[in-house]
Design a protein around this ligand. Structure first.
Ligand code: FES
Length: 106
């Protein structure tokens, strides 16, 4: 689904385990959709340090650790928790309807 509010269908809710993430590619951009105990969240997929995708990173509570140099970001805010990255990740709204996950893209 892609309507005027730019809500884009990602996948079914049960396709992302808790404390895990799914890579989502759309219109030449890539994102991470996270499932943590507080719900579902979305950020840009690429680490802001180097061109490395976070899909193989480690999700712990509400943090994602980059697989390359172990930079850590907060999943809910995108904020850098541990360097080397110094730029925060962009975050995106998520909604769940009838067990389907949608991301709002600008
Ligand atoms: S590429 Fe992510 S911390 Fe370096």
């Amino acid at each position: 689904m892609n309507n005027m509010d730019n809500w884009v269908y990602v996948c079914e809710k049960d396709q992302i385990d808790i404390e895990d993430l799914k890579r989502f590619d759309y219109n030449n951009k890539t994102y991470c959709i996270f499932h943590i105990k507080d719900g579902f969240f979305a950020t840009d997929g690429m680490c802001t340090h180097e061109e490395v995708h976070l899909e193989d990173g480690l999700v712990t509570d509400d943090e994602i650790e980059c697989p390359m140099h172990q930079g850590i970001f907060n999943i809910k805010t995108g904020k850098v928790i541990q360097d080397p990255p110094c730029e925060d990740l962009k975050t995106y709204p998520i909604k769940i309807e009838k067990n389907k996950i949608y991301i709002q893209l600008k």
